[in-house]
Design a binder for this molecule. Structure first.
Ligand code: SF4
Length: 251
């Protein structure tokens, strides 16, 4: 195993702040411990990761602008393959034009397609939004349901979207949001050896205490956006560096 670096790592930036550029070291990534298979999710290591995430992101929240659970549901559907910034730009006027579930449920699909076009995949998203809205109006009394089972019956809603809505809008910890950032970071931090989001979620739920599920999801998503980026993680700016033995570390 390589020697532990003495240099103290800067904490990850707070929400909304721009991370400093990571400096690439001439040394390779930290060696993966021989006992890594079990070390990855040992209670001590997981506790240390959670402490570091709490230090860097004590009170992060969902980045999608919304005023109620229904808007959060629609924004989450729109966020597939799209940045949250772009979704927020679109929904700024969208929720004025379509203020209630009924307005979406019985909208003119061609018109709605054009209204959400900048978020991409607008035809499929229109079908999902109209289908989910119709079901909410006709079967759930106009309210977004509060259980995983019911949410999963809505068109276009899978576990990721359901977890976002339950956790952020209702404060119900039914699972962990596994998006592209959580998928990548779970592998880099050796918290899951799976690539299927459903299996990753099951792995995470086994080792992360349930009371942390909601915050942990937001923390990993923010860390993935700001520091542990896909192409070039800013490891020099990462306060988890001492705990991380990812193959593609840059320090
Ligand atoms: S890969 Fe780099 S940025 Fe990502 S968690 Fe590890 S040390 Fe931090």
């Amino acid at each position: 195993m390589k020697k532990q670096k003495k240099k103290r790592k800067a904490s990850a930036p707070a929400r909304g702040t721009k991370p400093r550029s990571g400096k690439r070291s001439t040394q390779g990534p930290a060696a993966r411990p021989a006992h890594a298979k079990t070390a990855g999710t040992s209670p001590e290591r997981v506790r240390a990761i959670l402490e570091k995430l709490d230090e860097a992101y004590p009170d992060v929240v969902c980045a999608l602008d919304h005023e109620n659970p229904f808007q959060l549901l629609i924004s989450t559907i729109l966020s597939a393959q799209c940045t949250d910034v772009r979704v927020n730009q679109v929904t700024k006027t969208l929720y004025v034009k379509y203020p209630t579930p009924k307005d979406f449920a019985y909208a003119d699909p061609k018109e709605l397609e054009q209204d959400i076009r900048p978020t991409g995949f607008f035809r499929n998203k229109t079908k999902s939004i109209m289908g989910a809205s119709k079901k909410i109006v006709e079967e759930f009394g106009g309210e977004v349901p509060r259980t995983m089972e019911e949410l999963l019956t809505l068109p276009g809603v899978a576990r990721k979207t359901a977890n976002v809505v339950l956790g952020t809008a209702y404060g119900i910890a039914s699972g962990i949001v596994v998006d592209t950032h959580v998928t990548r970071l779970s592998e880099r931090l050796d918290l899951s050896g799976n690539s299927d989001p459903k299996k990753i979620e099951q792995d995470l739920m086994k080792v992360i205490p349930q009371e942390k599920w909601i915050l942990f999801s937001h923390q990993l998503i923010w860390h993935g956006r700001k520091v542990c980026q896909a192409r070039k993680p800013l490891c020099a700016d990462c306060n988890l560096e001492g705990l991380c033995y990812a193959k593609d570390k840059t320090v």
